[in-house]
Design a protein around this ligand. Structure first.
Ligand code: F58
Length: 838
């Protein structure tokens, strides 16, 4: 029942002329030249690497969109249930390399580009990262899209098309400076859909009317209208014809360019201001990682995106002419954290106010449609919105939230009569001044499943922040889906040589579709030739990173030294401060040694990278301390190669692809119970690095898979944290003597003005050491000693690395997506008859 716009008799002409995309090297070259000469209006006389990138990207884009079209048709005709992944962040990184690998034409493109005078590596490097995310949560969404397409699930991502992604970080005199990331100058990967628009309403008022049947209907009207315009980004699956869609919304003034009435009457400024106000909604990504700031513009972003997406989803459903009660059989919507929680309220509004359903019938549909993923237990990151703010911006939604809460609390009262403490504790409305809406509670009440992202994390949400809801809804509503990563980007693309070596031992590239195939590697752990190649690849990756370090920081590092890496957003709970204190401790120990003793020590390069939220003072101090320590240590002739400390500027997805394969040991050292999962831990191990970590997040499951012998665990356990904090508050806090020594050195001025770092020290020494840096410090230092000893035995080290990689199959995002599909969405992959093979 899908209608084609071209009538039957004319379709023959269409089929005859349907474009197929390039098939071979020759076809690819001709597409590149055509794009250089026509689309870019250049020629062989002025085609630089940037132009070669643009033309190559356009050639692949053309290919993708053809698959995209076919996929959308297939999914529509099959009438199968679709998954909609709502995420305010998609941290995609570069697209070209990924597209070439996923459609299996990188070799062809490499030869073609070489014929035309270019090296494919240089061409790939021209691309600007699509950085529409902060960190783990946004990158997880990107890995999920890759898996959904690779597994042939009918799925769409919905997000915002920010004009500015996460800021670019520059390090000037050791301090972070933020520079805007304007990435849309040339973006061949998006298709503007100027015909797919939705008018989104804000503010205004609610009136109640009685309809013909005598039923009271609420109407929301007036206020401000902004237009949402769709931009589609094709998401190619690996070795499959499926190319799914990521739809990003951009905001525009509803009245077109600007108000001509105002313009003609001389009121230029306000006519332009209206336009700018509208465009501001999708202008910039909020750069906070694990912190909620409650700004009105952020709420506007959330509603704008949610309302446009739901309108689109409902429009698609209505085309099938099914009954409303079938909505949850056709549609599964996953909420990536609470940011899209208003979708619950918006769908209920559509059903009762616009479609005339009864409350209960509508609510049943809503609950069966939504699933909610929680990504944090940190209280400062749990979203709350003030009631007056919502009341002003979305008056009808506030009423619906109150009704949802009322009916919910009524059921709680029936279940637990007279328990007023419980009612207060679980109320969606917090009785504070001003009142606040607890978005996580709203998300729980409005979803049929709630999941955490690693076993410990899911256990913690069941027993701490959401424990009352487990009593109310029963344990089955709460589940765990341990995060995963896509092996296509994080092994095949980031570490092509390792991927080929693995393919040569496991019988081809099948492991990229079923990562548990990696276990075949364990057979070769003693194979001399294999081990030698393994070591060579790691060394080559380290040489490449060493060159990057030299080029960007001026510091010379020895690739034979142990590379110790901590790259992630800078946050006190992730404890980069502990890492740099540890580096200072190592420096002091080396300084205290005789030259003969020093000779026997292991060489280290301590590598840091990551952005601090612009308003996060402590995080910025940490960056400054790392750079200040580097400036001293790296120029100390007593120390030489034994210790280098570097901070890599502007950590992002494409840098991660270079850094991760070059790591020997990486640090995942959050205070136990604070890191929901972590996903880079998985990437590092998959690339043949070991990890040092706390018993937190997915580290625990990684340990279970690779075994205790292949990971360096240290520190207190999550169940000890409360007692330790309590003890600190009661004044029983004795700072670890090694750490005292580190603080003394900082305070002597060895690393510059001690005042610059006084808050970092005070947090540990005087303000209760909330993140338990001192409590974990000595076991952290010991663990580093164990790392040194293990690395001294190179053969033993390589055995650990190979064994670990062979046991990482569980951490594929394919496994993770299959768990969501079965346990939460109830969707199945769509059979694509002719599965392509790469
Ligand atoms: C991260 N959260 C978790 N939030 O910290 C990490 O442990 C987990 O592996 C990852 O999610 C994926 O599940 C995270 O990245 C954010 O960046 C939010 C951005 C918007 C404001 C609140 C934090």
């Amino acid at each position: 029942h899908v209608e084609a716009s071209i009538p039957e008799p004319q379709r023959e002409a269409w089929t005859k002329h349907q474009v197929g995309g390039f098939k071979d090297k020759d076809g690819f070259e001709s597409e590149v030249v055509r794009h250089v000469e026509t689309t870019l209006a250049r020629s062989l006389y002025n085609c630089d690497e940037a132009a070669a990138y643009s033309a190559t990207a356009l050639a692949f884009r053309d290919r993708l969109i053809l698959e995209w079209n076919r996929t959308q048709q297939r999914q529509t005709f099959s009438d199968s249930k679709r998954v909609y992944y709502l995420s305010l962040e998609f941290l995609m990184g570069r697209a070209l390399d990924n597209a070439m690998l996923n459609v299996g034409q990188k070799d062809l493109a490499k030869d073609g580009l070489s014929d035309l005078g270019f090296r494919i590596e240089d061409v790939i490097q021209q691309e600007h990262d699509a950085a529409l995310g902060n960190g783990g949560l946004g990158r997880l969404a990107a890995c999920f899209l890759d898996s959904l397409a690779s597994l042939n699930y009918p799925a769409w991502g919905y997000g915002l098309r920010y004009r500015y992604g996460i800021f670019k970080q520059e390090i000037i005199d050791g301090y972070q400076v933020e520079v805007p990331d304007y990435w849309l100058d040339f973006n061949p990967w998006e298709f503007p859909r100027h015909d797919v628009t939705v008018d989104i309403q804000f503010y205004g008022k609610v009136s109640r009317e009685t309809n013909e049947k005598g039923k009271a209907i609420s109407q929301w009207e007036g206020g401000e209208t902004v237009k949402a315009v769709a931009y589609d980004v094709p998401i190619p699956g690996y070795a499959t014809p499926t190319t799914n869609n990521l739809r990003l919304w951009s905001s525009k003034a509803a009245s077109g360019e600007f108000d001509f009435q105002k313009f003609n009457s001389g009121d230029y400024e306000s006519s332009v201001a209206d336009q700018q106000r509208a465009e501001t909604i999708s202008a910039v990504l909020y750069p906070n990682d694990n912190l909620d700031r409650g700004k009105e513009l952020r709420l506007k972003q959330q509603y704008f995106w949610v309302a446009a997406s739901l309108y689109d989803i409902v429009r698609r459903f209505k085309k099938t002419r099914r009954a409303w009660k079938e909505f949850p059989d056709q549609v599964a919507i996953q909420l990536n954290d609470t940011h899209p929680t208003l979708a619950i309220v918006e769908l209920q509004r559509i059903l009762i106010d616009l479609e005339g359903l009864e409350w209960d019938e509508a609510w049943n549909i809503v609950v069966n449609t939504f699933g909610y993923t929680n990504h944090t237990v940190l209280p400062e990151a749990l979203e709350k919105w003030s009631v007056p703010l919502i009341e002003n911006l979305l008056p009808r939604h506030l009423q619906i939230i109150y009704d949802i809460n009322l009916y919910f609390l009524q059921t709680v009262e029936r279940q637990f009569p007279g328990d007023s403490d419980l009612l207060r504790d679980v109320s969606i409305v917090e009785e504070s001044e001003p009142k606040m809406i607890r978005m996580a509670y709203l998300a729980i009440v409005g979803s049929h499943k709630v999941n955490g992202v690693a076993e410990l994390h899911s256990e913690l949400i069941r027993t701490t922040i959401f424990k009352d809801f487990v009593r109310i809804f029963g344990p089955d509503k709460f589940t765990n889906v341990t995060n995963g990563i896509t092996p296509r980007r994080w092994l095949h693309q980031a570490n092509p040589r390792l991927s080929e070596l693995i393919a040569s031992k496991t019988g081809g590239h099948g492991f990229l579709k079923d990562l548990t195939d990696l276990n075949k590697l364990e057979l070769y752990v003693d194979d001399k030739e294999f081990r030698k190649e393994w070591a060579e690849i790691k060394y080559a990756n380290k040489v490449r990173l060493a060159k990057h370090i030299k080029a960007t920081t001026g510091v010379t590092v020895n690739p034979a030294a142990l590379f110790d890496v901590q790259v992630k957003r800078i946050h006190e709970y992730k404890r980069q401060q502990m890492n740099i204190f540890g580096a200072i401790h190592r420096y002091l120990e080396l300084k205290a040694m005789s030259p003969e003793q020093r000779q026997k020590q292991m060489r280290r390069v301590s590598i840091f990278g990551g952005k601090a939220a612009p308003g996060y003072w402590m995080a910025k101090q940490i960056i400054h301390l790392i750079n200040s320590v580097g400036a001293v240590v790296n120029n100390d002739t007593d120390i030489g190669d034994l210790l280098k400390v570097v901070f890599l500027e502007d950590y992002n997805v494409s840098k991660a692809e270079m850094i991760i394969p070059a790591s020997d040991i990486s640090e995942h050292i959050s205070t136990a119970g604070t890191e929901a999962s972590g996903t880079s831990n998985m990437k590092f191990v998959l690339n043949g690095g070991l990890i040092i970590g706390t018993c937190d997040g997915a580290n625990i499951e990684i340990t279970r898979e690779v075994s205790q012998d292949n990971i360096f665990l240290f520190g207190h356990l999550s169940e000890q944290v409360d007692d330790l904090r309590y003890a600190h508050q009661s004044g029983e806090h004795v700072v670890d003597p090694k750490l005292v020594r580190v603080f003394e050195e900082i305070e002597k001025g060895t690393f510059g003005n001690p005042k610059d770092f006084s808050d970092l020290i005070a947090a540990v020494r005087d303000h209760g050491d909330y993140y338990l840096v001192s409590d974990d410090f000595s076991s952290y230092v010991d663990s580093h000693t164990a790392v040194d000893e293990a690395y001294r035995d190179q053969e033993g080290w390589i055995t650990k690395c190979i064994t670990s990689v062979s046991r990482m199959g569980f951490f594929s995002s394919d496994r993770c997506i299959n768990e969501y599909a079965e346990g939460i969405w109830n969707v199945e992959p769509l059979n694509t008859t002719q599965d392509k093979t790469v």
